[in-house]
Design a binder for this molecule. Structure first.
Ligand code: SF4
Length: 373
């Protein structure tokens, strides 16, 4: 592999695996710290507009012990991992943490939060049709803004938020371009590389991330497109981790031609719409988001979203990465599963357990699925 390409692959991997270093670098550069954004959706732009670094909190590969005293074993895997890390002091270097209330598990989460970082709780309206829902969310965002201003002793102006929205929209645009480039160069952008490029956007300023991805794309485009002999698959779910899982996909010569993951494409599928009132624009983004189990949709279009992706990218199959004990995802699954089958789209489901250390079962499942497709 050319050194110019490897340089970027290593860079994204390093950022994705070292959020603490990214926070320290941001502190050194700006004198300002970091604010955590708990999975899965939060208005990061408000933090960016304050000059602080928004840092995604998505747990990690972790053996669960202390978290068992806080949550029953049937709480979702990601929240168990986050709690374990919080109790370990992993997030004590954050000034505050935005905690959305997107599901029953998150509803009570701020009461469990005992880390040094101050929790700031807010609610996304699940009525995503009426205009009054946008107005409600604007009020929620005003409260977040006030709390951040007080805590950080900064003024978060409308102008700064609008500016941050533009930075974020540019990042969303480049990430969509990157996803399409990954389809053309799967021999370079394998499942692990693809994930690291996308995951790293959670840990550094979006301005820099956009620049790095742009440079990476420019280098990749210089290469010849080689026809892909492996399978092309689409992932759907909350997230596709631990890394061992992605390595199984890589070993089986699966190219991820698109994803519908909350940690990945759902974050940049839709831009924040144009407008003058920044809080209203951010609220409207939530209403515009589609195909996500956490954003109520009575028309249940997720199946259609997956079928469209399948056709657009001429994929061979869809793989559901089911977060262990995630109710919203479990409720969606039977609906889109039936729709995929109706279209004769090959699909399978694997369980995402961040605590897991043994992957033999998943490996066998993916190997046999590969033979079927
Ligand atoms: S239950 Fe699902 S939506 Fe709720 S925190 Fe866990 S993974 Fe996220």
């Amino acid at each position: 592999m050319e050194e110019s390409i490897k340089k970027y692959i290593d860079l994204f991997e390093h950022i994705a695996k070292n959020p603490k270093e990214a926070i320290l670098n941001h502190k050194k550069e700006t004198g300002k710290g970091a604010i955590g954004v708990l999975a899965e959706y939060a208005p990061e732009e408000l933090i960016d507009a304050a000059g602080y670094l928004p840092v995604g909190i998505w747990g990690g590969e972790k053996e669960i012990s202390k978290a068992r005293t806080v949550f029953p074993p049937f709480a979702c895997s990601i929240i168990q991992a986050i709690t374990e890390m919080e109790l370990d002091g992993t997030y004590d270097n954050l000034e505050a943490v935005l905690i959305p209330v997107l599901c029953d598990t998150l509803k009570c989460y701020s009461q469990k939060w005992s880390g040094k970082a101050q929790p700031i709780v807010f609610t996304h309206p699940q009525n995503r049709i009426l205009e009054v829902a946008n107005k409600f969310l604007v009020e929620e965002y005003k409260i977040i803004r006030e709390k951040l201003e007080k805590l950080l002793n900064v003024k978060i102006t409308d102008e700064a938020i609008n500016n941050s929205i533009e930075i974020y929209n540019k990042n969303r645009e480049i990430m969509r371009e990157f996803s399409d480039i990954a389809v053309k160069y799967p021999h370079i952008i394998d499942p692990v590389v693809r994930h690291n490029v996308i995951k790293s956007r959670w840990f550094i300023s979006k301005k820099w991330h956009t620049e790095y991805v742009k440079q990476f794309i420019d280098e990749i485009k210089k290469l010849k497109v080689i026809p892909w002999k492996g399978k092309k698959v689409i992932l759907t779910g909350i997230m596709a981790e631990p890394q061992k899982l992605l390595e199984i996909f890589k070993d089986e010569k699966f190219a991820i031609v698109a994803d519908d993951l909350a940690q990945e494409s759902r974050q940049f599928r839709v831009d924040v719409p144009a407008g003058t009132d920044p809080l209203y624009r951010l609220a409207k983004w939530w209403q515009d988001l589609y195909g996500c189990s956490l954003a109520t949709d009575t028309n249940k279009i997720r199946g259609k979203v997956l079928i469209d992706l399948y056709k657009k990218y001429k994929a061979d199959a869809v793989i559901t990465c089911m977060m262990k004990f995630c109710d919203p995802e479990e409720f969606d699954y039977p609906v889109f599963y039936a729709e995929l089958n109706k279209e004769n789209i090959k699909n399978t489901i694997i369980e995402i357990d961040l605590e897991s250390t043994s992957f033999e079962q998943i490996k066998t499942r993916i190997q046999s699925f590969n033979e079927i497709i």
